[in-house]
Design a protein around this ligand. Structure first.
Ligand SMILES: O=C(O)c1ccc[n+]([C@@H]2O[C@H](COP(=O)([O-])O)[C@@H](O)[C@H]2O)c1
Ligand SMILES: Cc1cc2nc[nH]c2cc1C
Length: 350
């Protein structure tokens, strides 16, 4: 009961500040450029205003949260890499040598690496220990995890978003690490969109043709074995999802609850975002899509969410790397809003 109350509270998403949005639009229209000439950058400023309630928001402090988990379904041979790579990459994040940590350093973002369910033990320095269990069960044989575990993982993410908001983070990115998680993400995408598995399954880390066929068959079998309820996003996350996916759903819900704009990364964080939007539709207004992943399901999900990716770079890495790469576009957008002259300052009526 208390748990239900907590989840209900998390889903009370404040509405968009339409007055701030309108003021931001007016402001952008008055700047010394042809109307709309800054394209998506203008949309960033307007949407940030609607989220934060400030006409020209400050986004100096940025962070990327990387949620990590292992997947029992790797037993079925669905990834081009061995499951041990999840743990090895957690070490790499801790040493600041992974793509996301390198990019975060370059573009001035703080990083939180959160182990919500890897098999790694002990954890390296600086990694937040929020382990709910040591990897999920093999979803091709039964549920990946229980509803209880799903809610625990969700709470890990939601609590971090609140902590970030209280600590003064103004723009968040979300990413993940988990060998096998494109299989889980595609399965959750199939549950939430009702689209065919074939259309939603890609090569992940680089499967060959045989591997891709096996992956499709494993996802189809997992859906048959578990029969997740499409009307209950938590059921899909529990039965065919993953610990880091549920944590990202919680993080996104928590961010939206506290009006913290959040940039999603590739396929896996976007499926978490779709689950969050299905739980609380108001979440959508707080989301930005950084790039469009090479995974086929990603485009389907972005369309379902009505999100336009800022970058097209053929990336398929995850980690939050694409989201951090989009941060300079946000800085550029806000800087134009803050520093450009208006037509009236130029002595022209624009
Ligand atoms: O972001 C994406 O769209 C993306 C596409 C393919 C792979 N990945 C990353 O690769 C891992 C999952 O790939 P796989 O083949 O093991 O399912 C996981 O750690 C993800 O971060 C990520
Ligand atoms: C090496 C490696 C790094 C990753 N980062 C995110 N997913 C990944 C998957 C692999 C295999």
């Amino acid at each position: 009961m208390e748990k239900d109350q907590w989840l209900k509270g998390l889903m009370e998403i404040p509405v968009t500040d339409e007055k701030a949005e309108k003021e931001a639009r007016n402001h952008m229209d008055q700047l010394t450029k042809p109307l709309g000439a800054l394209g998506d950058l203008e949309e960033i400023v307007i949407r940030l205003a609607g989220i934060t309630g400030e006409t020209v928001p400050d986004i100096e402090r940025k962070g990327v949260a990387v949620f990590c988990g292992d997947h029992g379904v790797t037993e079925e041979g669905v990834s081009a890499y061995p499951a041990e790579v999840t743990g090895l990459m957690i070490g790499n994040f801790s040493r600041g040598k992974a793509a996301v940590t390198v990019l975060a350093r370059r573009f001035g973002a703080e990083v939180s690496v959160v182990d919500v369910g890897s098999r790694l033990e002990p954890l390296p320095e600086g990694v937040l220990d929020r382990k709910v269990r040591f990897g999920t069960a093999n979803m091709a044989r039964g549920p990946a995890m229980t509803r209880e575990e799903t809610l625990k993982a969700l709470r890990v993410g939601a609590d971090l978003a609140l902590q970030w908001k209280e600590n003064g983070i103004q723009l968040a990115a979300v990413g993940e690490m988990g060998i096998g998680n494109t299989t889980s993400a595609s399965a959750v995408a199939a549950v939430l969109t009702g689209k065919p598995v074939r259309e939603l399954t890609g090569r992940g880390t680089g499967l060959d043709d045989d591997g891709l066929e096996r992956k499709r068959e494993v996802i189809t079998r997992s859906l048959e074995v578990n029969r997740p309820d499409p009307a209950d996003p938590l059921d899909g996350l529990a039965k065919v999802g993953g610990l880091e996916i549920a944590a990202m759903t919680g993080f996104i819900l928590g961010a939206a609850r506290h009006r913290l704009p959040v940039v999603v990364d590739g396929l896996i964080s976007t499926v978490a975002a779709l689950a969050a939007v299905r739980l609380a539709p108001g979440v959508r207004a707080c989301l930005f899509a950084s790039h469009r992943s090479a995974e086929p399901a990603h485009g389907v999900l972005l369309e379902d969410l009505g999100l336009k990716p800022l970058i097209t770079a053929g990336m398929r890495l995850g980690e939050g790397s694409g989201a951090v790469l989009a941060f300079p576009l946000f800085d550029g957008a806000v800087t134009t809003a803050k520093e450009m002259a208006t037509f009236s300052e130029l002595g022209l009526n624009g």
